[in-house]
Design a protein around this ligand. Structure first.
Ligand code: UD1
Ligand code: UDP
Length: 373
């Protein structure tokens, strides 16, 4: 049995706009009522608005304008501003994505209001509590009623923590977005021509994890390795990283081209045509894999363990020699990568399962809301 739903989606940071776009489109296609709340965690045009334009995401009804703050202040500010909006919109379900502070804040508020919480990209684990994302995703999973997992590994991770109810294996919505992005990019900006680079002649790099950016020695290690990889390195630079580069006074090697953050359609083209990706990004590791582009991950571990097991991703931390060895050694797989993150239908699965789960879940939430008045 299914019915029309009232869904409130809370987003705030770059990867969430990309992960959510296919789900928001599918909610609209199925005629569900959809309210979109932007926390304002990311706010530069190149970190936020460009994704709404390119992925055709409707303008949010509310922007909480949290801006940049410490983790606690950001989480608290989002929670305080979100609570009255959820009390007003009385959604059947609050939809959150990924593992940012915006995810944590929205999941907690919704849970405390006894609203149904649905977490997309549930069950990912790095088992590294130094990462803020690890706290966010563990808490979000434990307060969620519906947990949409991209992989069997994610389902198994949840089972290890005793979470088995409400768990759905649906594939990864980033693959859905990638299909859309590849299709649009063909008609969109001619990124390689604009940047005057030939396909497979360059390495694409992104870096933004505090463990690298906030430790000048570690950031310097990665830069020095990039200087020795023997190719042009295109480096669309996260604002956090640009700030740290300026503060530290680190020199960029001559082959590294620092760019402003690029839009999604540019990024899809740059990834698809790269000889190699070197990154600490979660999403980019996975996109490189899906596009059959080798990746060197400059982190101590990864959540996307399938990419490593299948030989497409070498996880090496920030030791410069280890980065150069991994980047320059051949032996990458010859066959196209298997579709372990799904076929690009995750959003359809998620919306179908939301609709069929809801009559059972919605009743206590609505009652709890009435009790709070
Ligand atoms: C956040 C997420 C991280 C995700 C990343 C995606 C948390 C804890 N971290 O990290 O999981 O991988 O987004 O990009 O939620 N800044 C700007 N303009 C912006 C946004 C940020 O200048 O539009 C600068 C500010 O100096 C800010 C810094 O970047 O202090 C960090 O931003 P923040 O959102 O706190 O964390 P991210 O590193 O972006
Ligand atoms: N991305 C982008 N432009 C950029 C850098 C990244 O469009 O300049 C996209 C990238 O293709 C992926 C997502 O942003 O879809 C990943 O976000 P990010 O690396 O910021 O966060 P993470 O995935 O590590 O949480």
């Amino acid at each position: 049995m299914s019915r029309s739903l009232n869904v409130t989606t809370v987003l705030g940071a770059r990867p969430q706009f990309i992960k959510a776009a296919p789900v928001l489109h599918e909610l609209a296609r199925r005629g569900h009522r959809s309210v979109l709340i932007h926390t304002g965690q990311h706010y530069d045009h190149g970190m936020s608005a460009v994704f709404f334009d390119e992925l055709d995401i409707p303008a949010p009804q509310h922007n909480l304008e949290v801006g940049s703050r410490s983790h606690g202040a950001m989480t608290a500010h989002i929670m305080t501003k979100l609570e009255p909006l959820l009390l007003e919109s009385k959604p059947d379900v609050v939809l959150v994505f990924g593992d940012t502070n915006s995810t944590l804040a929205a999941a907690l508020v919704a849970c405390k209001l006894r609203l149904t919480v649905a977490h997309v990209e549930a069950g990912l684990r790095s088992y590294n509590r130094e990462m803020p994302e690890e706290h966010n995703r563990v808490v979000a999973d434990h307060v969620s009623d519906l947990l949409f997992c991209p992989t069997p590994t994610a389902v198994a991770n949840l089972a290890k923590e005793g979470i088995e109810r409400g768990v759905h294996l649906v594939g990864d919505t980033m693959v859905d977005a990638l299909h859309y992005g590849r299709d649009q990019a063909g008609r969109g900006p001619r990124t390689l021509e604009r940047l005057d680079v030939a396909a497979r002649s360059y390495i694409l790099t992104t870096l933004h994890r505090p463990y690298l950016t906030d430790v000048p020695q570690a950031l310097g290690d990665v830069l020095s390795a990039l200087g020795k990889v023997g190719k042009t390195v295109l480096f669309p630079c996260h604002p956090r990283t640009r700030l740290r580069l300026e503060e530290s006074g680190l020199e960029l090697p001559a082959n590294v081209r620092l760019l402003e953050p690029v839009g999604y359609l540019d990024m899809v083209q740059l990834t698809a045509s790269a000889a190699l990706v070197v990154t600490d990004s979660g999403g980019l590791q996975k996109e490189a894999f899906v596009l059959g582009v080798p990746c060197v991950t400059v982190r101590p571990e990864t959540e996307w363990v399938e990419t490593v097991a299948l030989g497409w991703n070498r996880v090496v931390g920030h030791d410069p020699q280890a980065i150069v060895d991994a980047a320059c050694r051949d032996g990458w797989p010859k066959e196209a990568p298997p579709r372990v993150y799904g076929e690009g239908h995750a959003a359809v699965e998620i919306v179908a399962r939301l609709a069929s789960s809801m009559p059972a879940l919605a009743e206590p939430s609505a009652k709890a809301l009435a009790d709070m008045k």
